[in-house]
Design a protein around this ligand. Structure first.
Ligand code: ACM
Length: 525
């Protein structure tokens, strides 16, 4: 409800802004901030905290990790505000006027990723049980500040935070996106940029699809021709590329610092032409295939009854596991139309054991449920509900990535420049308006580890092209993963999303300006 007082305040602001160019005059109602994902609980107290050149960021104790999170916040705020926020350690709450990050929550309800942010006119106090919670609280602080805080050049203040308390914790532990770097290769800087974007919306997994018919993108030292030859091209005949193990390690670390886990995927036994072109012995006829730059699927298979195939896979999994601090390795398993089902099943069973032997858990596309699932194997539902249901019947958990609702490469509508539409057209409302726990009656919330929105890259090879498909839909998937479904509603969400148009512009994100979203004037043009 808008009181007469706040209406008068708003009117005064408009007049002052027009007449005196009074900057940053805005009502201070924390409950009206356009946060994405929407927090679980917001209590507004109607005042504001001013960031000034006296403000610093204090972290509790000497923890390297907390100092890093504090520095991350300072690095995000200092370029635009030029307030020179410094990061300092302390054992007790700092003097008024400062931001304080501590692990003092001791609050089971907040779990491993939740946080409580209390803003008064005197201080900003962020507490959590674990560093991840502080990191997500930091993203909330960024979103409470004016959009221009995201600029990397000096902007005019004032820098006010509306007062109140936010208590927030995610609905699902797995909130991810996938980038297909095989159909088109995306370099280290593009992937880092995407990790930053995921983190801003509190997502915590980046699944990298590292191999497919068109390219092999991760250096495997024991099988060097995979990248020397198999990494040389991409869809359309471009030059492709690959990550050295050193570059990949740099990406993993960059992601870890932002509480994002990278899950590497080596797709098999199908989607393997790049490997088959690089090593003749992996083919049943012993002849290397040609490199492939088209977009057909389902024509390639590793030779499942040759022992060298398993030596190859074991080497790849060993090297990849050593590069992977996360608990999962993704082994694909989708669209193996060139593999007989009687070969597919023992193959997937054996490869699961190899992943486990190297200390990791298996993630695979839903077809894997046709095989015997090993303990802890997770089924990624993308196409067939019956496969996912088979997985649940075997006691497995499901990762929800239904192509018809969550594939970022699906076109928005028939006029979309990029993307495909074999599963569906997914307008921004359709991408938002579904509930993972309600999509397939047999798959309940307790069976689901979370949600993933994959971007297949057959039609996009540059950052701006990928962003056009990813944004603004990614924000909706972030909210589905974080916010309880009973707090989500398209008509309310689209207004919050509209305000993120300005933020996305400030962050140089090339997003699709859907007509269904009431963007401000600048975005519509
Ligand atoms: C897939 O889209 N082939 C998993």
């Amino acid at each position: 409800m808008t009181s007469t007082k706040s209406k008068n305040f708003a009117l005064a602001c408009i007049v002052l802004t027009a007449v005196l160019s009074q900057p940053g005059c805005k009502p201070t109602d924390l409950s009206k901030e356009n946060l994405i994902p929407k927090p679980v609980s917001v209590t507004a107290t109607g005042s504001s905290f001013d960031l000034t050149d006296q403000t610093d960021i204090y972290v509790q104790g000497e923890s390297e990790e907390l100092l890093r999170i504090g520095q991350y916040l300072a690095d995000k705020l200092n370029p635009s505000t030029e307030l020179g926020l410094e990061v300092k350690t302390t054992t007790e709450a700092p003097a008024t006027g400062n931001i304080f990050l501590s692990l003092a929550a001791n609050d089971a309800e907040l779990g491993n990723e939740g946080y409580e942010l209390t803003i008064t006119d005197k201080s900003v106090n962020l507490v959590a049980n674990k560093p991840a919670g502080l990191f997500y609280g930091v993203q909330t602080i960024r979103q409470i500040l004016p959009a221009k805080v995201e600029m990397t050049t000096k902007q005019k203040g004032p820098w006010k935070l509306a007062t109140g308390t936010i208590r927030d914790t995610p609905a699902y532990g797995y909130r991810g996106s996938m980038l297909d770097v095989a159909r088109h290769f995306f370099g280290v800087d593009d992937v880092k940029n995407f990790i930053d974007q995921l983190a801003y919306y509190k997502m915590n997994v980046l699944h990298l699809h590292l191999s497919d018919d068109q390219g092999w993108r991760i250096e495997i030292k024991s099988w060097p021709n995979l990248t020397a030859h198999g990494g040389k091209t991409e869809v359309g005949g471009g030059e492709g590329g690959f990550y050295t193990q050193e570059q990949y390690t740099e990406l993993v670390k960059y992601a870890q610092d932002r509480f994002v886990t990278i899950i590497p995927e080596i797709d098999m036994p199908g989607h393997t032409n790049a490997a088959l072109a690089s090593y003749p012995e992996l083919n049943c006829d012993g002849k290397a295939t040609e490199l492939y730059t088209g977009i057909e699927v389902g024509f390639s298979t590793l030779c499942t009854n040759k022992e060298v195939t398993y030596q190859f896979i074991d080497d790849v999994i060993r090297e990849l596991a050593a590069l992977t601090p996360g608990e999962y390795l993704h082994i694909g398993g989708d669209e193996s139309h060139a593999t007989k089902i009687e070969d597919y099943i023992p193959f997937m069973n054996r490869v699961q054991d190899m992943v486990i032997a190297h200390g990791k858990k298996v993630l695979a596309w839903d077809e894997i449920a046709l095989a015997t699932l090993k303990p802890n194997t997770v089924v990624q539902y993308w196409a067939k509900a019956e496969n996912a249901i088979k997985g649940v019947a075997q006691g497995a958990k499901v990762l929800m990535a239904p192509a018809k609702s969550a594939y970022l490469d699906m076109q928005y509508d028939s006029t979309s420049t990029y993307g495909l539409h074999w599963a569906a057209y997914i307008e921004v409302d359709k991408g938002y308006n579904w509930d993972p726990a309600n999509l397939v009656p047999e798959i309940k919330k307790e069976n689901i580890i979370g949600i993933e929105a994959p971007l297949w890259s057959e039609t996009v090879g540059a950052r701006q092209e990928a962003e056009y498909l990813i944004f603004p839909r990614l924000l909706g998937y972030a909210e589905i993963g974080w916010t309880p479904s009973e707090l989500r509603n398209w008509d309310e969400y689209k207004v919050r999303l509209a305000s993120h148009g300005e933020r996305m512009r400030m962050m140089n994100i090339n997003f699709y300006p859907s007509k269904l979203v009431p963007w401000d004037g600048q975005t519509k043009k």
